[in-house]
Design a binder for this molecule. Structure first.
Ligand SMILES: CC(C)(COP(=O)(O)OP(=O)(O)OC[C@H]1O[C@@H](n2cnc3c(N)ncnc32)[C@H](O)[C@@H]1OP(=O)(O)O)[C@@H](O)C(=O)NCCC(=O)NCCS
Length: 489
């Protein structure tokens, strides 16, 4: 961050004394944060009690499993105040954007920092929609998936595959400074990939849906906006001049806008982690998509529907909450690493849900969802841990009412989140001091140095701790194969 060492009297500093050596350092505080590297100065000679692995000569290391309190980048994109339940894209409150903006306009805002002018927006929309077409071979790659493949597996693989069609966009092939040189050409190459990835995200996302039904893929239409184009790609069969239902298209656009970014979460961090090695953006988006797939992140919306279906009806809610409190199960769609109050997006989604139900009919799981919500927000377990509904609690109910199968829900989260990933990636590529590879440290607490022992001299370990030996795994052979094997013994 380029901080200078403050004078000893500076108020904006920490005075830290290493009680092992009596050494004192001044650590600057900027933006209410301290640079972790300052602690490297707290080094000492290795004494009798110090293990070699602790590397005391190299200074004190900062240990933060799960990134509970570590900032790894300065960002201008999204601000969250988890205590107050505030979310802003580039300074604009999410409520105002949801009410007045559109997904693609907010995408421009997230990527480039300002709301677009009419002309800028027109050009941006044209570029993105122009890139909805994919190479014929991409259709074959996606078409090779089995009908029952999870759509997120298909999406992850599709993004990675798209990179193979753009070798000129790969710093490994086209030069390491391809994106980070700061030249007009570098910006143009970067923006071209952004338009391409945004455009193709809805096309491959729709393919991941249609492959399940054995339906041919649609060619992108013209004259529709981004969300309508996606709905067309998903649903069009042979209807003349197909145009999606406007209430559904608007609701999906709002959901897309709400999911477009959420500062440095698990998948955005994955995007930057991979991007920091100067991997191409398609590979980095594939990594971010994989991170989003997990049930603790984007997979939670699917988990909510599975949970509500398992609960079945409102009278079973108290029994389910008891299981949550005994930590046998989690309450999916509740809790958040940053929010200690209701996720502001969940309130907007709740309203959008009513608008959708007005055209689709009420989701039968809604009563159970409301009973569970009301019981949880007034229960001591959740209140004391400050666990409130997050974005995924209600979104799944809308997706289900719209007729999407639960395993497709995370795709509906991933497509808009591509915007956020690309905004963070663009910002990383444009760092003033160039791109530094993200290489975290670890604390090695394993064996010290030891000598190799020949295999015949090693003792068998019948009672070994199961975490230290390979597990016995059942094989899915037919009974006949087992009988054939047994007969040889
Ligand atoms: C989002 C999530 C991963 C955040 O995790 P985190 O910041 O590491 O929070 P922790 O796991 O430390 O939770 C703190 C406490 O609340 C409990 N808790 C957190 N979320 C919970 C949930 N959804 N249901 C039940 N208990 C929960 C933890 O068990 C822990 O209890 P303890 O203090 O008795 O050990 C977590 O809240 C979760 O798993 N939620 C469900 C999945 C989900 O909805 N994810 C989508 C996020 S947008």
């Amino acid at each position: 961050m380029g901080r200078s060492v403050p004078p000893p009297t500076s108020q904006n500093s920490l005075t830290v004394t290493d009680n092992r050596t009596g050494k004192t350092i001044q650590v600057p505080i900027e933006n209410n944060s301290i640079p972790a590297t300052a602690f490297k100065k707290l080094n000492k000679k290795r004494g009798d009690g110090d293990s070699a692995q602790d590397e005391v000569e190299a200074g004190v290391r900062v240990y933060d499993p799960g990134f509970m309190n570590t900032a790894v980048i300065q960002s201008n994109i999204t601000f969250i105040d988890g205590e107050a339940g505030i979310l802003r894209y580039r300074g604009y409150p999410i409520e105002q954007l949801a009410e007045q903006s559109t997904f693609l306009e907010s995408a421009f805002l997230l990527l480039y920092g300002e709301l677009p002018t009419q002309q800028q927006f027109k050009l941006f929309e044209q570029e993105v929609l122009h890139h909805t077409y994919v190479h014929r071979d991409v259709e074959q790659i996606v078409g090779a998936f089995r009908y029952d493949a999870h759509p997120m597996s298909i999406l992850t693989a599709s993004f990675a595959a798209l990179g193979a069609f753009a070798p000129e966009a790969n710093p490994a092939l086209a030069g390491q400074k391809l994106y980070s040189s700061g030249t007009t050409e570098a910006l143009a190459v970067m923006d071209k990939q952004i338009f391409r990835i945004l455009g193709k995200a809805i096309t491959v996302g729709a393919m991941a849906y249609r492959i399940r039904q054995g339906r041919a893929f649609n060619a992108p239409p013209s004259g529709l906006n981004y969300t309508e184009t996606y709905l067309y790609l998903l649903d069009h069969l042979n209807e003349p001049n197909y145009k999606p239902n406007p209430v559904i298209a608007k609701a999906l656009d709002i959901l897309f806008l709400l999911h477009a970014d959420h500062e440095l979460n698990c998948s955005a961090a994955a995007m930057l982690q991979v991007g920091s090695s100067l991997a191409d953006p398609y590979s980095a988006v594939a990594a971010a998509t994989a991170a989003l797939y997990g049930p603790l992140h984007g997979g939670a919306n699917e988990a909510v529907i599975r949970m509500l279906t398992a609960i079945g009806s409102p009278e079973n809610v108290p029994a389910y909450l008891e299981k949550v409190k005994k930590k046998e199960v989690v309450l999916s769609g509740f809790g958040h690493r940053i929010y200690r109050t209701s996720d502001p997006r969940s309130k907007i989604i709740r309203k959008t849900a009513e608008e959708v139900f007005a055209v689709t009919g009420r989701n039968p799981l809604l009563d159970t969802a409301m009973a569970l919500h009301d019981a949880a927000i007034s229960d001591e377990y959740f209140v004391s841990r400050r666990l409130y509904p997050n974005v995924d609690y209600w979104s799944g109910l809308i997706y289900q009412a719209l007729g999407f199968p639960p395993d497709y829900f995370t795709v509906l989260f991933a497509i808009p989140r591509v915007v956020g990933w690309l905004a963070h990636w663009r910002q990383l590529m444009l760092q003033k001091n160039g791109v530094k590879i993200w290489r975290p440290r670890q604390l090695y607490v394993g064996e010290g140095e030891r000598d190799y022992v020949e295999i015949e001299k090693r003792e068998e370990k019948p009672n070994a701790d199961p975490t230290t030996v390979p597990s016995k795994v059942p094989h899915l052979h037919s009974k006949r194969v087992f009988l054939a094997r047994d007969s040889k013994m």
